[in-house]
Design a protein around this ligand. Sequence first.
Ligand code: NOJ
Length: 561
Amino acid sequence: MDSEVLGVKAPATTVTGDHDWWRTAVIYQVYVRSFADASGDGTGDLAGVRDRLPYLASLGVDALWFNPWYPSPLADGGYDVADYRDIHPMFGQLADAEALITEAAALGIRTIIDIVPNHISSAHPWFQEALAAGPGSPERERFWFRPGGGVDGEQMPTDWVSSFQGTTWTRTTNPDGTPGEWYLHLFTPEQPDLNWNHPDVRREHEEVLRFWFDRGVAGVRIDSAALPVKDETFPQLPAEPGPGEHPHVDRDEIHDIYRAWRAIADSYTEPRVLVGEVWLEDAARFARYLRPDEMHTAFNFDFMTQPWDAAAMRTSIERTLAEHAPVGAPATWVLSNHDITRPVTRYGREDSGFAFDRKRFGTPTDLGLGTRRARAAALLTAALPGCLYIYQGDELGLPEADIPRELIEDPMHFRSGGVDPGRDGCRVPLPWTSAGPSLGFGPDGAAAPWLPQPTSWGSLSVAAQEGDPASMLSLYRAALAHRRSDADLRGEALEWIDAGADVIAFRRGARLISITNLGTAPVALPPHSGVHLASAPLAGGLLPPDSTAWLAVEPPSGESA
Ligand code: NOJ
């Protein structure tokens, strides 16, 4: 199915030389494996993305962020990179990526790719060479090989805990078959950590950045960006590490890496952009990554993890804006991504916040409630100052899917001993049409999608939502179109309005108020001259529970219209 069938018309725009585009951009995250399958093998591919660029243009996004698209054994969904200078054969070839970057730019859409500095695939030639070369070899210096403790080296070198649960060290076998050294992997054993004190590691990543920047990539999303530098003395984990004292999180030396990357990014005529995946609770430490000579922006996970609660969300918004202000960086607003339970599901649960260790099979969920709240959250976040991220499928209001246990691929599931459902439930192939064996994900006669789509998703498909003004897709389109046309929404000014304990309300510039009702009773709308958009029908001057409205207001007296 091509975009014509969906009635989508692409605007004739091109990427312009606005060097500050990233300050207010709407960035759509493409999980290629699950976006659209042009080849019919059951897996999404770059040709599928190219076919649907008009859809993305009509949605109104400024840039696409692609999860890793490189050759990889997929031990962790591609975050185990075997070759940074090529494309995974199941997604296409390098020429497809080049064509995609060019075609997207012709529609006014920039491309951001994923760089994974903390680790590479155990299938990468560097690691294979290190295993073959044996203890004490220069090849092993690019990684963290260490002898074990105990009489026979049978104990792991440290007690560090993996982000994926389980151990962080795997013991090797020497070339002569005897038990050998251990190597560090903060994630799976298939993702050995790199030694960032080694010049090869630094040089290689800088060359990889140039390789993709030279191909027109507008920026990089930096995976696990607070982790690459380690304390080389390999101490045990301190009970309560102070700032900069953790042996493998947020080490002070890490900033040199990103300063070097920023210099490379700035050397291009249109400077390239660095976006960090920085999971840190300490707001001041987080902001250090956003100093003017480091990253441009970083994902704001604080807001995403809040429960559906006005005080918690408002406090998070205030904290976020306050922490960004001193470094002059824009905030980012993120409702989900390929690691996080979908908003429609999350907000439909009693425990509506997000934490990896609280994910469980069979959690009761009210999808109707979750959908109303996800609609409200979409408008709320789109009204906040800064940059907005949309994970593919959230614009369709897809819920988290239940994946049969025997089909789960995510290592988080296995490393939790089968307790954690893992992240595959938010990575299910998109529904494009209301009917058909893969709901338009693949062409007629294609292989089944790599993860099964719930049959009920036909009614959530792009085709089903296209012509429905009340659909989630229509809401997203209208919100992004309004955001694009309203300079106040792209400005930085935000003035809080006190509208009650269960309400988040603020004025953006002179003429727009965004108001969200997180309580259980309708609330009165403040005086307004019109309604730009609402996530639910408004009646009698009231805002229903779990909804957001964007109101047109007259400028305060003294300000010109
Ligand atoms: C963060 C990525 O978003 C996640 O998907 C991945 O598993 C880890 N980093 C390790 O690369």
